[in-house]
Design a binder for this molecule. Structure first.
Ligand code: ATP
Length: 915
């Protein structure tokens, strides 16, 4: 049962060891036990998806209409109607299938990973590939991917609320528990679906997939929620409203028609066709496709949207609260300055290459034999690929510097590796920089750790802002701490000065703070270091007092290159950027100013200052604050809530476990794909695959573009529907003539709702998109402007068609010819109209006529279909069309093109007036 056996016995029973399984063995086991997944509910099969297209009310009406036609002997009509139903089904199916595929793609991209030991190496693998016997490494924020027996725990606490409902995290141990222990008390077991709230651990996987005790897999993360978006809701409402209105009008006109002498059957068919033409039944599907395709484009720009409604939220976001480290900056740290023994030293060298030196003025101080740049340290003793570097511990010329660097290297979980001549770090870059700095002085972490074995630790957390380790060496047991300088100083009573431990006087404290401010002003991230000799039996937490201050290190973390532009773009787009960081106020301020986040008149607030404000006071000034420094995770929630109260649509980034509440509370929670914990990712609506602020801005642009495209193809659809309804209504009422017959209306509806809207959803962002203010979240489906434009264009199409009708009637043209003319004029006008709606403001000439290739193909295909409808004999019988002559086309094309010309003129005039 694993919890009642020793760790060794469990390893043995599972036929594994702490060195992990070999890849081969893992593969065998995967075959035997299957993937670490829950059996998903039966997926909607392709056939089901296809059949589901025929469930809509309108389709049912059409089928009834076809049956009635057939019963009355109108076989051709019956066939045409059934054929349109079938085509509509295929079209709907293709669209939904594409949407499904996009969502599946997202699902595969967001599937969780786990850190395991395989072939004696730590590797990240998809959680689905875990097998019993795998050695699992756990750290804060990880979701437990399978049931596991703990082998090692370091202050490990697990949040089991997903199983027990109990919100307080449970401390874990590696003890053996008696057989009768109830499930929740088996503290040496980590259960699938729970999450690491604090600390670290190592465990061996005992059961995967459906075999795990609770079978509640961390599927949460992989799940793309398919909530309906507000836009889709509005569209549904709109459709319902339009449906009822149409049915009333149609019923009225049909009765009128019968009274005027049309046959009841003809009026029935016509009514059905008109209802189909007027109700935008395809729109919700097209909108879903628009959203799904947009989401796919976002993936390419490093943003994974987890919930479709978020796409809309992105379009209305007007404030982005972002972390600093790694999001605005590169998270590639290099120590540039150190403060020891009351003096500041400069550090040379770049990146993670351990080449450089420490200078006091012009004099190098770190090593007895300084290593020159031409003679990199890596050369005198080549290091094998992938292997951490190991060197002997040298004696530094400067005992103070040595102490500081040793503290930095020991109180540290990062590593330094060389792969194909390139130096890199493993673990947290802040810690990596310390390992590199120590190596520059010839202190190699691996060798150092062999002589200073770690026996205990208090891990770093954003709340504590410090970390401590206990290390045993031949000189006895020492505690080493590092963290935010104020926090470290608070735990120190002494300082290492002139090779002695001296009392830390208020003057020296002040000097340290002054130095810290000076470094921070130069945008350096500053950390403090301390040590203390401790008694053998001390608990790590107890060591963090009466420590000896060893010094400061200031590291540079350059801003990401693209961020400054992205922040300026945000400002243009009416979006404010706010920095929220755990870093020091002065460092944060200096970077915010450099990046353009902080502007004249803005405020900078620290977590402590924020705590001192009551809610009302905070809400009064919240709009002025552009930088929050030295915050704790709970402050993020406070900021989100205050901003939301002020009516902002808030995007907030986060990566830690404790960021989850703020991510959930924000309108748009954004998690980091690389450094983010599973827990933060699950709480988010979007994940940045490159952790980059600029990707948020790209996502906002895509979000706005998707909304713009959706609005445009809704407006396009409206134009079509308004045009056709007006033509038929006026034709019947004024001349007692059906300008287009039922099957033609169905055809128009089918081909105009088919390809062009899909192509419009692929339109690229236009130039002005990020110069407009964010869309208000309360804004309607389509703006008044666009409704007026659709009404205008629809009326224009109707007037022309009715003009043709009038002229033809007066010139004795036969009815089938008149209907063919109008039928074709409407379709061709709508194709010109499709180009109008590539943008509601910009001329197609400024967009480039051929820039949306898909639209060109869509229009060409539609025109070909229309030609078939009037020239292919069998289609002529079906659609009651007659072939059109050259002169007919000479009339149709210029008339149809007026739709485009009219809109172009309107756009031009509007721009001029605007200017
Ligand atoms: P951001 O919130 O923008 O990501 P941050 O990385 O500075 O900024 P935290 O990770 O909360 O935020 O760190 C807060 C402070 O804790 C840092 O400014 C630093 O002084 C200290 N710190 C960071 N990492 C460590 C660590 N690994 N060990 C000890 N102290 C650390």
């Amino acid at each position: 049962m694993y919890y009642d056996e020793t760790a060794d016995a469990v390893l043995k029973a599972l036929n594994t060891s702490e060195a992990g399984l070999s890849s081969e063995e893992a593969e065998n086991r995967l075959e035997k036990y299957g993937k670490n997944e829950l059996k998903e509910e039966e997926k909607t099969s392709v056939v089901k998806l296809f059949l589901s297209q025929f469930k809509s009310f309108l389709i049912v009406i059409l089928v009834v209409a076809a049956l009635v036609s057939a019963a009355l002997g109108e076989l051709i009509d019956a066939f045409v109607i059934m054929f349109t139903v079938f085509l509509a089904g295929v079209l709907g199916f293709v669209q939904e299938y594409r949407a499904e595929e996009s969502i599946k793609l997202l699902k595969s991209l967001t599937s969780p990973e786990a850190l395991v030991v395989r072939d004696k190496k730590e590797v990240k693998i998809p959680s689905a590939l875990l097998v019993p016997g795998d050695i699992l490494l756990l750290q804060t924020g990880d979701r437990i991917p399978a049931d596991a027996r703990l082998l090692e725990v370091l202050s490990l606490k697990i949040d089991e609320s997903s199983l027990t409902g109990e919100s307080a995290p449970v401390g874990k141990s590696t003890d053996v528990f008696p057989l009768e222990t109830p499930e929740p008390d088996r503290k040496n077991i980590a259960y699938t679906g729970t999450a690491v709230a604090y600390g670290r651990g190592k465990a061996v996987i005992t059961a995967t997939g459906m075999n795990s005790a609770f079978g509640k897999l961390a599927g949460l993360l992989g799940e793309i929620e398919r909530e309906r978006t507000p836009l889709q809701e509005k569209l549904d409402q709109f459709g319902r409203w339009l449906g009822i209105a149409t049915l009333v009008v149609v019923a009225f006109v049909a009765v009128l028609g019968v009274l005027q002498g049309f046959s009841p059957f003809e009026m029935f068919l016509w009514g059905v066709a008109l209802a189909v033409a007027a109700i935008p039944e395809a729109l919700p599907a097209v909108v879903t496709v628009g959203l799904a395709l947009g989401v796919r484009r976002m993936v390419k720009r490093h943003a994974l949207v987890r919930k479709l409604p978020s796409v809309e939220t992105l379009g209305s976001t007007n404030i982005i609260c972002t972390d600093k480290t790694g999001t605005l900056t590169q998270n590639k740290m290099t120590v540039e300055k150190v403060y020891v023994n009351r003096a500041v030293l400069n550090v040379t060298g770049r990146g993670y290459e351990p080449v450089g030196d420490f200078f006091r003025g012009d004099e190098p101080v770190s090593k007895d034999e300084p290593v020159s740049k031409d003679e990199p340290v890596s050369k005198d003793e080549p290091v094998s690929k992938d292997e951490p570097v190991s060197k002997d511990e040298p004696v530094s010329k400067d005992a103070h510097l040595h102490k500081l660097l040793v503290a930095g290297a020991l109180c540290n979980d990062a590593g330094l590796i060389q792969e194909e001549e390139v130096w890199d770090i493993t673990g947290d870059p802040t810690e990596g920089a310390l390992v590199v700095a120590a190596a520059k002085a010839g202190i190699w972490k691996i060798a150092l750790e062999e002589k200073h074995r770690r026996t205990g630790e208090v891990p770093f957390s954003s709340e504590r802002k410090m970390m401590t380790t206990l290390n045993n060496s031949k000189d006895g047991l020492y505690a080493y701490s590092k963290g935010a300088p104020e926090v470290i100083l608070a735990s120190c009573t002494k300082i290492f000065l002139g090779e002695h431990e001296e009392q830390l006087t208020p003057e020296i404290r002040q000097e340290i703070l002054d130095t810290l401010h000076e470094m921070a002003n130069q945008t350096l991230r500053v950390m403090g270091f301390a040590y203390r000799k401790v008694a053998e039996n001390i608990l790590p937490e107890e060591a963090e007092k009466e420590m000896v201050f060893a010094g400061l290190m200031g590291m540079r973390d350059p801003p990401r290159e693209e961020v400054k532009v992205a922040i300026a773009t945000c400002a243009d787009a009416g979006i404010r950027t706010v920095m929220i960081t755990g870093d020091h106020k002065i460092t944060a301020f200096a970077i915010a100013r450099e990046l353009g986040i902080f502007r004249e008149g803005d405020l900078v607030l620290t977590g402590i200052e924020l705590d001192a404000l009551d809610d009302r006071k905070f809400e009064e000034i919240v709009e002025k604050i552009s930088v929050y420094a030295r915050v704790y995770p709970e402050h993020k929630l406070k900021v989100v809530e205050a901003l939301k109260k002020k009516g902002y649509v808030v995007a907030m980034t986060g990566d830690g476990v404790n960021d989850a509440p703020a991510l959930k509370a924000a309108d748009m929670g954004i998690a980091m794909g690389i450094t983010g914990t599973d827990v933060s990712k699950e709480a988010s609506s979007m994940i940045l695959t490159d952790d980059n602020f600029a990707s948020i801005v790209s996502a906002v642009e895509e979000g706005r573009n998707i909304l713009k495209n959706i609005k445009n193809f809704i407006a396009y659809g409206l134009t079509c529907h308004i045009g056709v309804v007006l033509i038929v209504l006026v034709g019947v009422l004024a001349w007692q003539i059906l300008p287009v017959i039922a099957v033609q209306i169905l055809w128009i509806n089918l081909i105009t709702d088919g390809l062009p809207p899909m192509a419009l959803s692929l339109e690229a962002p236009d130039k002005g998109l990020m110069k407009q203010k964010p869309r208000k979240s309360t804004e309607g489906l389509v703006s008044k402007r666009m409704i007026i434009a659709s009404l205008g264009l629809g009326s224009l199409i109707a007037i022309q068609s009715l003009g043709v009708l009038y002229w033809s009637l007066n010139n004795g043209v036969s009815l089938p010819k008149i209907q063919t003319l109008i039928f074709t004029l409407v379709v061709i006008s709508l194709m010109f109209n499709a180009f109008n709606w590539r943008s509601d403001r910009n001329s197609i000439f400024s967009l480039g006529i051929f820039t949306n290739r898909s639209l060109i193909y869509a229009v060409l295909s539609t025109v070909l279909l229309q030609l078939a409808a009037i020239y292919v004999p069998i289609m002529q019988t079906a659609f009651r069309t007659v072939p059109l002559s050259f002169s007919d086309w000479a009339m149709i094309i210029p008339l149809a093109s007026t739709t485009l010309i009219a809109m172009e003129i309107t756009k031009y005039l509007e721009k001029r007036i605007h200017r």
